[in-house]
Design a protein around this ligand. Sequence first.
Ligand SMILES: Cc1cc2nc3c(=O)[nH]c(=O)nc-3n(C[C@H](O)[C@H](O)[C@H](O)COP(=O)(O)O)c2cc1C
Ligand code: SF4
Length: 417
Amino acid sequence: MTLAPGTPAPDVFSPGRIGNVTLRNRIVKAATFEGRCPRGRITDELIEFHTEYARGGVGMTTVAYLATSPEGRTDKHQYHWGMDDGGMLRKLTDSVHNEGAAISAQVGHAGAVANGASNGMTPLGPSRIPAPTGLAITKACTPADIDRIVEDHVRAARGAYEAGFDAIEVHFGHNYLVSEFLSPRLNRRKDSYGGSLENRARFARRIGRAIRDAMGDKIAVTMKLNMDDGVPGGFWIDEARQVARWLEQDGSADALVMTVGSSLLNPIYLFKGDAPLEEFAATQPPVIKMGMKVVGPKMFKEYPYTDAYMFDDARQIREAVDLPMMLLGGIVDRPSIDKAMNAGFEFVAMGRGLLREPDFPNKLREDERRRSLCVHCNRCMATIYSGSRCVLREYVPPIPPRGGHDTLQATSLTPQV
Ligand SMILES: Cc1cc2nc3c(=O)[nH]c(=O)nc-3n(C[C@H](O)[C@H](O)[C@H](O)COP(=O)(O)O)c2cc1C
Ligand code: SF4
């Protein structure tokens, strides 16, 4: 809800509520795929990864990404609901809770972003579209696939609740499956799931309602929804406003996280900043590496980075709905956080700023002039196959930064990969 004139904005370190969950403060660790689940096994490394954010002072950390369905994994080294986790998810939620933070599970289906070759399963899409990571073409979802995937989302919500998660974040962004259905460019269906916006949004709305019907308010439900795919003919903000309104009317979301970009067609649009093409190509098998030489510069376009870079778009959604919202994208310091709070966002979500410094909330509480050390090089993107991490993490600047990046920091990079 936008703030009424004269209403003071909440302080970021005051408790905030999403559904039935109260977070100790309003800083949320955004989903950053961890790469710590070999063949889907939940590991102690994954638990430590999230416990570090909890220790570092976040209100809630988000585990990314726990696939709803086996063919919805981006690759085989990913958990999917229905697998036996051997009690490790409960160990994970207990560990985070013991440090005073809440924990959310990002659940979703990767659609054409899934690597079918690695999963040993044909990737699914709204229509037959290229699925580049596995060099495949998707199978268009049948009505039975859609029904099953809706139920898989319900299974994920139930599994998350039973494992002690406080919230789930349903992934409706980045041209993963549901976002592919929303896209007029990728969805060429002729049935009741294609064509008009009402039809393209039907899948997302069915998932939201089915989760709410099954779970009531036992677990908080946030939804990560694209505002702009960043590609010609894609889903755009005028449609996103309407979809956000529908999700609010349906009563299926407790909060919205707005995002942009397409993991399929324009990944850097989500991040802004540098396009680490060479580092990314180095992680790929030879055929993809060769393909990236040809299409890479076109696909990995660079976009200028600015702090709080999704603010102007997200404010359009903020004005359209009353649901609690998180501002994501380039939240790096107190001014960007206060900008969000003053505009009526109840929470901020941080990805790279926390990858760089998991204890950033504690540091900011001690010194409000503190600015994130993340330099938006985006080289962490290339680490997702070997354990996502900031490549500058071990670097300790000799002079503590005060109120801005200094040249020392930017010219003394010592990558640890
Ligand atoms: C290494 C890495 C992995 C990511 N993985 C996911 C993911 O699994 N799911 C998701 O929705 N977003 C993912 N993101 C995007 C972040 O959630 C976030 O939207 C993006 O980094 C912009 O926020 P920031 O400026 O605070 O980093 C990832 C980002 C990074 C850097
Ligand atoms: S590698 Fe580190 S500094 Fe570079 S964008 Fe990622 S978190 Fe920021």
